[in-house]
Design a protein around this ligand. Structure first.
Ligand SMILES: [Zn+2]
Length: 573
């Protein structure tokens, strides 16, 4: 094996002429050694293969993006690999990757390995096709393999049809099912499958993986930047790779920094969030509001800031009860140290009270017509509360009588939340926003991107900004041409999320040509135009002439920055 044939990473150095392949496709694992974070599955399968006790049907479950389809294809290869010399007569846990079976399965064009998406083919007729086909021997492979994705979407009738085959499967047939919602799969079907729960990949593990991959790709990127990507990907290697891809394509030169990733994801600088929180807890309301104005001005979303503040409180409380806990602030970073110092000074009752106020604030900010104003009011409330002595009684009163927020929106009591593994983000994730009486209308793609940001979906937001050439948009319908880098699942993901977020059905269609430049492209050309016009200013020209070698590094809108001050003065009175 030569150096660049790493079995795990499919690392054939691309020839210069080869079209750019997105990282997620380029590094899609082709065998079990390349599958990161799924050791338990690999161990169990290895044993089964070694003992020749291979199940007839497998059920792969896990959240989207953990690699269910990829794993299904690897299992199909393991079942059918005949080895480089074509002499391998039994399934192998180490498929060779070069034989005809391995190659055709990886490219989804093996006649004996059929993939079907139950999300689009739910009926009994679709299953009947499979049931008919099961009777015939495979054309060339060892096994006929049926991969059925999102199997929980099958109709009841389809499940019943499938069940008969699952009860007595012919020896040459294997089923591999994948699902994001295992509870919707009938027990009768489940009981006939060997089940594997694919876990989310730990963000540290994911960051390590990205770091190795960056080295292979000759990309310079800060460790903090990788940590941000890993965390935004929430355990999905596919999302992480696609974010890294975007980061690389955004980068003009040099090392990719954490600030660039933060800007890409629409995240506020965590150090600044910490500043803001510190000032509020110190009762320094005017300074806190000034900080908020700065964050808002640099593009941070009010709801995102609110969520970050909740994460901050959660993290501080966590490290108070178990020092060294990982989370919102990266271990070892300057912010993590500052957070630890801050946590030492604050009492648990004070933190609990902050949590309570923020949690209630989250709903207020989410539902406000002007979220930034609602956020300012939340900060003011906390700053004044922080002035009061944080007595246990005060807190107990608050916990016993949570301030009414109205109906079902009442936030859960925070008492039991601390110390659990779930992050504040998960607990505080806004439920699909109740549809207001006048449902929001969507006219611009920016509206959709903002919706993704407000619903804490940075990965999708990045794809909306970078991979959508908009053809048509109206509320309930969007048509676009995906960019070459767009993930295969973009249209489906978008449709699901739009439904979750707006409470109405969306038709999402794909155009093969046309469409406007992406939001990122528009932003880039606007920036270029701005630089160009600044270059034409006589003052600027004069400066550039006077200082040979000087260059313009940024163009800032002074008027916009100054407009922050009056807002703060107003609030201060
Ligand atoms: Zn093979």
């Amino acid at each position: 094996m030569s150096d660049n044939e790493d079995p795990g990473f499919d690392l054939g150095a691309p020839a210069k002429s080869e079209a750019y392949r997105v990282l997620a496709r380029k590094y899609r694992p082709s065998d079990f050694t390349g599958l990161i974070g799924q050791e338990a599955l690999v161990r169990t399968l290895s044993n089964a293969f070694a003992l020749n006790r291979i199940a007839h049907a497998f059920m792969l479950t896990g959240v989207r993006g953990v690699g269910k389809t990829t794993t299904a294809r690897i299992i199909a290869r393991a079942l059918n690999c005949i080895g480089p010399d074509g002499k391998n007569t039994a399934p192998t846990i180490q498929p060779c990757g070069v034989c005809d079976a391995c190659v055709t399965i990886a490219e989804s064009r093996n006649v004996d390995v059929q993939e079907m998406d139950a999300a689009s083919r739910t009926g009994i007729d679709d299953i009947r096709e499979i049931i008919e086909g099961v009777r015939y021997a495979p054309a060339s492979a060892r096994y006929k393999v049926y991969i059925i994705d999102e199997v929980h979407m099958l109709s009841k009738q389809a499940f019943n049809g499938l069940l008969k085959t699952l009860e007595e499967p012919p020896p040459h047939v294997k089923f591999i099912f994948a699902t994001t919602e295992i509870r919707k799969v009938p027990v009768t079907v489940l009981s006939r499958c060997q089940r594997f729960d694919l876990r989310r990949i730990d963000s540290m593990e994911l960051a390590d993986y990205l770091a190795k991959l960056a080295v292979k790709e000759n990309v310079k990127i800060e460790a903090d930047a990788l940590a941000l990507i890993a965390r935004a990907a929430e355990g999905s290697a596919r999302d992480a790779l696609s974010l890294l891809d975007q980061a690389i394509s955004h980068n003009d030169q040099g090392e990719i920094g954490a600030s660039a990733i933060r800007a890409m994801l629409g995240l506020a600088d965590r150090g600044r969030i910490l500043d803001l929180f510190e000032k509020m807890m110190g009762g320094k309301i005017a300074e806190a509001l000034a900080d908020l104005g700065g964050l808002y001005d640099s593009g941070a979303d009010a709801l995102a800031v609110m969520q970050d503040l909740l994460e901050t409180v959660h993290f501080l409380t966590r490290i108070k009860v178990s020092p060294g806990a990982q989370g919102f602030f990266d271990g070892g970073s300057g912010e993590a140290k500052r957070a630890a110092e801050m946590a030492a000074k604050l009492s648990v009752p004070a933190l609990t009270r902050a949590w309570q106020i923020f949690l209630r604030g989250l709903f207020e900010v989410r539902d406000a017509t002007r979220p930034i104003q609602a956020l300012e009011m939340v900060l003011i409330r906390l700053a004044y509360a922080a002035d009061l002595p944080p007595t246990d009684k005060l807190v107990r009163d608050l916990l016993d009588n949570p301030p009414p927020v109205g109906g079902s929106k009442l936030p859960p009591r925070s008492g039991g939340n601390f110390g659990e593994g779930a992050s504040a983000r998960a607990q505080a994730a806004p439920a699909p926003a109740a549809i207001p009486e006048s449902a929001p209308t969507f006219r611009k793609l920016e509206d959709i991107a903002a919706l993704a940001a407000a619903n804490n979906a940075p990965v999708l937001k990045v794809h909306i900004e970078n991979d959508i050439h908009l053809v048509h948009l109206e509320t309930g319908r969007i048509e676009f041409r995906p960019s070459a880098r767009a993930p295969r699942t973009l249209a489906g993901d978008l449709q699901q999320k739009l439904k979750d977020w707006t409470g109405q059905r969306w038709s999402v269609s794909i155009a093969s040509e046309g469409g406007a430049p992406t939001l990122a492209e528009q932003k880039k050309s606007a920036k270029a135009a701005r630089f160009e016009s600044v270059m034409q200013e006589p003052m600027v020209r004069a400066v550039l002439d006077r200082f040979p070698g000087a260059e313009i590094v940024a163009v800032r809108d002074v008027a916009a920055e100054e407009s922050v001050a009056p807002i703060i003065d107003e609030k201060d009175e």
